[in-house]
Write a protein that binds this ligand. Sequence first.
Ligand code: PGA
Ligand code: ZN
Length: 431
Amino acid sequence: MQIQDVRARELLDSRGNPTLEVDVELGDGTVGRAIVPSGASTGAYEAVELRDNDADRYGGKGVLTALGHVRGELRELLTGRDADDQTGLDRAMIEADGTSNKGRLGANAILGVSLAAAQATANAHRQPLYRYLGEHYAPGSSVGTLPVPMCNVLNGGAHASDSTDFQEFMFMPVGAPSFREGIRQVVECYQQLKRILGERGLNTNVGDEGGFAPSLSTNRGAVELLVEAIEAAGQRPGEGMAIALDPATTELWADGKYDLEREGRVVTSDELAQLWGEWVRDFPIVSIEDGMAEDDWDGWKTVTAEHGDSVQLVGDDLLVTNIERLQRGIDERAANAILIKLNQIGTLTETLQAIKMAQDAGWNAVISHRSGETEDTTISHLAVATGAGQIKAGATARTDRTAKYNELLRIEEDLGSDAVYPGASIFGRQS
Ligand code: PGA
Ligand code: ZN
């Protein structure tokens, strides 16, 4: 089916910043639509999100330049092409951009078109996106694995002011029998957490991803609160409800050390690796993302050698969904899982390649939202299509976050008896 038209507009993300929405229309009138997300604690090696930097509009955050590229160059490039050929479309856009980081046309412009084309094609085939992508991702194998959600219920770092140094403290319902039950359990723990915070006179306002953002004097205190909430909800910490962390330590890295400002101390990579070891021993923590900074390869190798057997170590800023950095990570045993963010790399094809490379190496892939999100639910479909087994989409509150979980609830219903919820078995997959 040929692409007939490509349209785009500037609209708003969950922080009220402008972002791009793209429509791809096919010859038979079928339309696919996608909205591009945006990060706050972005990695230095991510593909370029093109902003206007024009002080007159949105404090420089406008995306009219990227919008112009979609309406002009990319529309001209792709009109008349076969929308079924996702790889060809993505390759053509990468070549037209001509840079190694999509800095000329903008990863936001290219990703919007890439995802809208995939959605249009799925619509033309009268298939939900997860099924269409899944059949192409792993031909012949059955699509049906729901992800275990990582739900960020306590927000700190760059996602909340006056909170913890570490960015994200998450619930993972690893003992639930289904996605639906897992979500229910997380919501019950989230409500208990809110009650506990309130009773202690701590703030229950929420941060960018819908998690609470209390002012705590230690980072460890945040994990203790999560354990208490799990117990108060009648769940078993560990086998029932586990904890995942994203301390996003690139944000804390300065002069070769980690600055834990809330605690008034600066630690080395070795000390931080030791801290993660203690936390994994003391708490039901099953996953730590960006436990070391994006340029601290030695720190990553140390923490993986010391603790990689007992905890999932996920590279986000370190690997930025980029197969070259992922290959290095695999070769140097610098992590054992990758975080997948579509807009870190800028095309669906390259994203699928990164997931495949990770899975082939025996690594887990965690499909992720950004802290700036919208009602778009592409990542829910991507998680099921690739059988990734894990998704990170914020708290079970705020429409930009629940949009992803709600779509997964629909997909689980659509799959019926074919739906598989992997629970704790996702950690047995790693080599
Ligand atoms: P970001 O945060 O979207 O602000 O980069 C999410 C993360 O670090 O995983
Ligand atoms: Zn992260």
